[in-house]
Design a protein around this ligand. Structure first.
Ligand code: FES
Length: 349
């Protein structure tokens, strides 16, 4: 069965103001409802001043508990997409989004579930919490750190869940304006005797680094990161022996001609083959070939850059976006995929 297009149109049926700088955009995909898992995200594609921009936003809804698909967006100072969405999208408008993606989903486990949320990091955690409360009997404990009470998102939603799941959900709140920034002692005090529990983290990078380092273990830790991409190693310069001669139109397959592995990229009607450079990602090869493939985070988080390998294999340095099933079908995050030994062909769909 053909896979649906990566980007689809969706109508914004409602916009819910959560805090002064955060709103939930309720989406009704035009081609019918998306299926998704709690904790996943959609990537929005918008045009701002002529530039195409992509940003991923997590769902705050959960399929087990909500009839509507909800993505929650917080304004980021200077953030071109978040501010554009807040300032330009009204109820009834259509937006372009990917189908839901991501692997920040509930893992089967027994025992308590710990959630650590910094600011808008509560968004996917709320989705996970709703799902866990609805589908398991696990106790759920959250540590939510916010700048102040007014900036805390989903206060009422969490209070409502606490009321409806008596004894199963508890929330510890930390407001920076009252107690300063969260520290490692506060994290360990919160964990208490539940060191073996699974911990789910989402928030600003420094927050997640602090929590991850403070967790006493031995429980598993799962983190959702939409932060600054990890720097990629630079693609090496062409060698002087002519084995790295740049791009050219592929005239039939990806044979290297001189034994040098090649990378063939298919994007729309364009098909280009370049000779392989060591440690170069598929995305870097595509750019070097003069193509303009989609990408956003360049950190293995968002799946905007995904494409399908139709020849050869590649190893992803990071994969926090594709499911095992998608990888088994041949999909790869091109920003993270480095071809293995043979020539490869990758097709952007
Ligand atoms: Fe986000 Fe590749 S650009 S995973």
């Amino acid at each position: 069965m053909p896979r649906p297009p990566l980007f689809q149109r969706a109508t914004v049926t409602r916009i819910v103001r959560e805090t002064a700088d955060t709103s939930t955009f309720v989406l009704a995909p035009c081609e019918g409802p998306f299926s998704y898992r709690a904790g996943q995200f959609c990537t929005f594609r918008v045009r701002v001043n002529g530039a195409e921009l992509l940003r991923s936003y997590s769902m705050s809804s959960a399929p087990e508990t909500d009839d509507e698909l909800m993505t929650t967006v917080k304004r980021v100072p200077g953030g071109r997409v978040s501010n554009w969405l807040h300032d330009n999208v009204a109820e009834g408008d259509e937006v372009e989004v990917t189908r839901p993606m991501g692997v920040f989903c509930l893992r089967p486990a027994e025992g308590p579930l710990l959630g650590f949320c910094g600011g808008s990091g509560i968004t996917p955690i709320l989705s996970l919490v709703k799902s866990a409360l609805a589908t398991t009997d696990r106790p759920v404990r959250l540590l939510c750190a916010d700048r102040d009470r007014d900036s805390a998102i989903f206060l009422d939603a969490l209070d409502d869940l606490i009321g409806r799941h008596a004894g199963r959900l508890s929330v510890v709140r930390h407001f920076d304006d009252e107690r300063g920034l969260l520290d490692a002692d506060a994290v360990r005090a919160f964990v208490g005797p539940d060191g073996a529990a699974d911990s789910y983290l989402c928030g600003p990078e420094p927050f997640m680094d602090l929590v991850a380092e403070a967790l006493p273990g031995p429980g598993r830790t799962f983190a959702e990161r939409f932060g600054t991409p990890a720097p990629l190693p630079p693609a090496p310069e062409p060698s002087s022996n002519g084995t790295d001669s740049g791009s050219g139109t592929d005239s039939g397959g990806s044979a290297s001609g001189g034994g040098t592995p090649t990378t063939t990229i298919v994007l729309g009607k364009q098909r280009v083959t370049v000779r392989r450079r060591p440690n170069e990602t598929l995305l870097q090869s595509a750019r070097r070939a003069g193509l303009a493939p989609p990408f956003s985070c360049e950190a293995g988080n968002c799946a905007t850059c995904m494409a399908k390998l139709t020849e050869g294999t590649a190893t992803m340095r990071v994969n926090d976006a594709l499911t095992e099933e998608e990888v088994a079908e041949g999909y790869v995050l091109t920003c993270q995929g480095i071809p293995d030994g043979d020539s490869v062909t990758v097709v952007y769909e």
